[in-house]
Design a protein. Sequence first.
Length: 130
Amino acid sequence: MSTTTTGVSRIANVVVPVADVDRAIDFYTGTLGLEKRTDVPFGGEYRWVEVAPAGADTVIALCPPAPDTEVGGRQTGISLQTADIDAYHAQLTASGIDVDAEVSRMGDPVPPLFWLRDPEGNTLLVVEVR
């Protein structure tokens, strides 16, 4: 009998297809404060870019869309955590970022949260760490 286990061991990355990689890098690193971990060419004309919060294992890959696929306006399913949701919401609002008008507070077990949109209209969720 084999003791080798196969299957998923971790989430490697979350992919967000973008049309303008440079604009996405500026937003995810400059505005959201993530760090750029990878930026390499592939397939001749494309770039594979990975961004993540400092120390995080899972990265967000900003890459070109699949052929014949439109980009933007997607619900990414990405949830970002912050220690002070009110301060982060105020910071993004002051920077002109497309965020919900206010932080939602639904009560336990749901943490305070708000949604934001990147420059291509992709939606991410921000929640407060508990």
